[in-house]
Design a protein around this ligand. Structure first.
Ligand code: HPA
Length: 294
């Protein structure tokens, strides 16, 4: 039988802490395409490649170099997961969400998740950013399928406010102050790896989605299962299929994501500086540690 998530988390944390020392951070980030540069800004970094961490699946996608980096950024202790794995790479979903479960095990209370996405809302433009207000899971899968481990969270986690309202409001306010084009909208997660057809994009519009991508939702479900506070940010790299007249290419996605990096990192930095997290971290870490040891 496959090793349980709790056992995998415990083993992975043991290896991380034996290699880079104790990690204690209130804030975690899972960075998608093009945001690897943020990890390079971390002060006093201690990092470990995903390949050195047991049970962590390694990403096979260009632009998703996999490493865990912890240190100080914008005055806050952070753990950054630079690069993520996707369901379409063929990894079981319980392994796709292991990184976010690791963050919780390391004491992270608030997790920021970024991604690249296609704009489904015709009023958006490539290069715009979107704060996720909610999501629609079109992957027809959940990382929580199977026996529930109550040490991680409840069988039926609430998803009413998957993305924390106070963090969304904070990010939108800071974006407006910086003059950035940022929307608040609904992210639809599809399996991929093929991009959507124009008919699928019209369906997503009818369903109320504003953006579409192939990631994030499994991690957010797992994060909410564990009671973590989530902020989600998309970089809209292209108009979704059928909305621009052209065809879609991963190179274009990477190029637009790269061009938007500076604005996105600036916004994340301002948000982190203004984010009220610190008072909760010790209690959350202690709570999670007790569960892991149970
Ligand atoms: N569709 C799905 N995922 C994506 C897209 C898209 O148009 N752009 C970037 N990631």
């Amino acid at each position: 039988m496959a090793i349980s998530s709790i056992a995998a988390i415990r083993e992975a944390i043991g290896v991380i802490e034996s290699r880079i020392g104790a990690v204690r951070a209130p804030l975690g980030m899972i960075l998608g395409s093009g945001l690897g540069g943020l990890a390079d800004q971390i002060e006093n970094p201690r990092s470990l490649s995903y390949s050195a961490i047991p049970h962590l699946p390694s990403s096979s996608v260009a632009g998703h170099a996999g490493k865990l980096v912890c240190g100080t950024w914008q005055g806050s202790e952070v753990v950054v997961l630079s690069g993520r794995v996707h369901c379409y790479e063929g990894h079981p979903l319980d392994r796709v969400v292991l990184p976010v479960q690791l963050l919780a095990g390391l004491g992270v209370h608030t997790v920021l998740v970024t991604n690249a996405a296609g704009a489904v809302n015709a009023d958006y433009k490539p290069g715009d950013l979107m704060v996720l207000s909610d999501h629609i899971n079109m992957q027809a899968k959940s990382p929580l399928i199977g026996k529930n481990d109550a040490r991680l969270g409840p069988r039926f986690p609430d998803m009413t406010e998957a993305y924390a309202k106070e963090l969304r409001e904070l990010t939108l306010r800071l974006a407006a102050e910086r003059g950035l084009r940022v929307h608040e909208g609904i992210y639809a997660a599809v399996l991929g790896p093929s991009y959507e057809t124009p008919a699928e994009v019209r369906m997503l519009q009818i369903l109320g989605a504003d953006a579409v991508g192939m990631s994030t939702v499994p991690e957010v479900i797992a994060a909410r299962h564990m009671g973590m506070r989530v902020l989600g940010l998309s970089c809209l790299t292209n108009m979704a299929a059928g909305l621009s007249g052209g065809t879609l290419h991963h190179d274009e996605v990477k190029e637009v994501a790269g061009a938007a990096t500076e604005g996105m990192i600036g916004l994340i930095a301002a948000t982190v500086r203004a984010m009220p997290t610190c008072e909760v971290r010790e209690s959350f870490r202690a709570h999670f540690e007790a569960q892991l040891m149970a």
